[in-house]
Design a binder for this molecule. Sequence first.
Ligand code: FES
Length: 92
Amino acid sequence: MASLKINKILTIESNTSNTLLESMEHAGLQPEYNCRDGHCGACRCTLISGEVEYVGFAMAYTQGNEILPCVCKAKSALELENVKYFPKAKRA
Ligand code: FES
Protein backbone atom coordinates (compact mmCIF):
# COMPACT_ATOMS: atom_id res chain seq x y z
CA MET A 1 0.00 0.00 0.00
CA ALA A 2 1.16 3.51 -0.79
CA SER A 3 -0.48 6.73 0.28
CA LEU A 4 -1.91 8.83 -2.51
CA LYS A 5 -2.52 12.50 -1.82
CA ILE A 6 -4.96 14.08 -4.25
CA ASN A 7 -5.26 17.79 -4.98
CA LYS A 8 -3.87 18.64 -1.51
CA ILE A 9 -7.21 17.85 0.11
CA LEU A 10 -7.61 14.11 0.21
CA THR A 11 -5.37 11.15 1.01
CA ILE A 12 -6.26 7.59 0.10
CA GLU A 13 -4.36 4.31 0.11
CA SER A 14 -3.28 2.88 -3.21
CA ASN A 15 -2.86 -0.86 -3.47
CA THR A 16 0.30 -1.30 -5.53
CA SER A 17 -1.32 -4.04 -7.61
CA ASN A 18 -4.01 -1.64 -8.86
CA THR A 19 -3.70 1.28 -11.22
CA LEU A 20 -4.06 4.71 -9.67
CA LEU A 21 -7.41 5.09 -11.41
CA GLU A 22 -8.65 1.84 -9.85
CA SER A 23 -7.35 2.89 -6.44
CA MET A 24 -9.34 6.12 -6.66
CA GLU A 25 -12.44 4.18 -7.60
CA HIS A 26 -11.94 1.71 -4.76
CA ALA A 27 -11.72 4.69 -2.40
CA GLY A 28 -15.16 5.75 -3.58
CA LEU A 29 -14.16 8.54 -5.94
CA GLN A 30 -15.40 8.92 -9.49
CA PRO A 31 -12.31 10.00 -11.42
CA GLU A 32 -12.68 11.22 -14.98
CA TYR A 33 -11.71 8.65 -17.61
CA ASN A 34 -12.65 7.48 -21.04
CA CYS A 35 -10.44 4.79 -22.59
CA ARG A 36 -8.73 3.38 -19.44
CA ASP A 37 -5.92 2.40 -21.78
CA GLY A 38 -3.55 5.38 -22.05
CA HIS A 39 -4.97 6.75 -25.31
CA CYS A 40 -7.42 9.57 -24.63
CA GLY A 41 -5.77 11.66 -21.90
CA ALA A 42 -9.04 12.18 -20.01
CA CYS A 43 -7.45 11.01 -16.74
CA ARG A 44 -4.28 13.12 -17.12
CA CYS A 45 -3.02 14.75 -13.90
CA THR A 46 0.17 16.21 -12.46
CA LEU A 47 2.68 14.21 -10.42
CA ILE A 48 4.01 16.47 -7.68
CA SER A 49 6.09 13.92 -5.81
CA GLY A 50 6.71 10.20 -5.72
CA GLU A 51 7.37 7.56 -8.31
CA VAL A 52 4.99 5.66 -10.60
CA GLU A 53 5.39 2.59 -12.75
CA TYR A 54 3.70 2.43 -16.13
CA VAL A 55 1.85 -0.82 -16.72
CA GLY A 56 0.61 0.11 -20.18
CA PHE A 57 1.56 2.41 -23.04
CA ALA A 58 0.96 6.11 -22.49
CA MET A 59 -0.16 7.14 -25.96
CA ALA A 60 -1.90 10.37 -24.92
CA TYR A 61 0.15 13.54 -24.86
CA THR A 62 1.64 14.39 -21.47
CA GLN A 63 4.00 17.12 -20.40
CA GLY A 64 7.06 16.37 -18.29
CA ASN A 65 5.37 16.07 -14.91
CA GLU A 66 2.02 14.71 -16.05
CA ILE A 67 0.92 11.09 -15.75
CA LEU A 68 -2.00 8.94 -16.89
CA PRO A 69 -3.48 7.23 -13.80
CA CYS A 70 -5.26 4.59 -15.89
CA VAL A 71 -1.95 3.01 -16.87
CA CYS A 72 0.15 3.79 -13.74
CA LYS A 73 0.73 2.10 -10.44
CA ALA A 74 2.29 3.65 -7.35
CA LYS A 75 5.92 2.76 -6.64
CA SER A 76 6.05 5.06 -3.61
CA ALA A 77 3.86 7.50 -1.73
CA LEU A 78 2.48 9.94 -4.27
CA GLU A 79 1.18 13.46 -4.41
CA LEU A 80 -1.04 14.32 -7.38
CA GLU A 81 -2.67 17.56 -8.48
CA ASN A 82 -5.17 18.52 -11.16
CA VAL A 83 -6.99 15.23 -10.64
CA LYS A 84 -10.50 15.54 -12.09
CA TYR A 85 -12.95 13.55 -10.02
CA PHE A 86 -16.30 13.66 -8.33
CA PRO A 87 -16.78 12.46 -4.77
CA LYS A 88 -18.96 9.40 -4.48
CA ALA A 89 -22.60 10.35 -4.65
CA LYS A 90 -24.33 10.01 -1.32
CA ARG A 91 -27.78 8.58 -1.16
CA ALA A 92 -30.40 10.38 0.82
S1 FES B 1 -8.57 7.21 -19.39
FE1 FES B 1 -7.80 7.52 -21.37
S2 FES B 1 -5.70 7.97 -21.03
FE2 FES B 1 -6.46 7.45 -19.05
